[in-house]
Write a protein that binds this ligand. Structure first.
Ligand code: FES
Length: 182
């Protein structure tokens, strides 16, 4: 579900960076921090407040992969598909996430618990394939490790065990249901 956009909050962010060095990137970074992504409504407010075309703002928002135009899942999975990781089998890792979560890169599970994304390099090429789960890196990841990575996120989630369990149980089958007793 998309977050409601508080116009004053967006304008506060614009004002905060009015005289700063960060420019539009700093504004968008703060908006994403507040809303979890860049809602179109917020970008329209920024465009109006800064006398910048919406197309230019989208240009910045889509150039940097750190920005997302869609709500991300509660848990954000990022798989490196840079050359070094790719030659070590990162594509198979992506396909295993796709299979277990039933989503493609750029998508979020229906219950909003997991989103999947790929990037071109995470800066630790010698340890690839690299996967981050909520910015927590796993190195030398193989398809067989995906189950454990998903389990770890699930086990450390203390806020919404029930709803998260829906996704993981669906993705991992009976084994995850048994894991609820851990
Ligand atoms: S190519 Fe994956 S970390 Fe550099």
């Amino acid at each position: 579900m998309e977050a409601p956009v508080n116009t004053e909050k967006v304008l506060d962010i614009v004002r905060k960076h009015e005289d700063g060095w960060g420019g539009m990137i700093a504004v968008l970074t703060d908006i994403q921090y507040v809303f979890g992504y860049l809602p179109e409504e917020a970008l329209r407010i920024v465009a109006s407040a800064t006398d910048t075309s919406l197309a230019d703002i989208y240009g910045v928002a889509t150039f940097y992969r750190a920005f997302s135009l869609h709500p991300r899942g509660k848990h954000h999975i990022c798989v490196c598909l840079g050359t070094a990781c790719h030659v070590r089998g990162a594509q198979m890792v992506v396909e295993e996430f796709e299979r277990q979560l039933n989503i493609r890169p750029g998508e979020t599970t229906l219950d909003g618990n997991f989103s999947l994304e790929t990037v071109n390099c995470l800066g630790a090429c010698a340890l690839g394939p690299i996967v981050t789960m909520d910015n927590d890196p796993s190195t030398k990841v193989r398809p067989a490790d995906i189950r454990k990575i998903l389990k770890t996120s699930w086990k450390t989630d203390t806020e919404a065990t029930d709803s998260l369990g829906v996704t993981v149980a669906a993705a991992l089958g009976q084994e995850m249901e048994e894991a609820t007793t851990i």
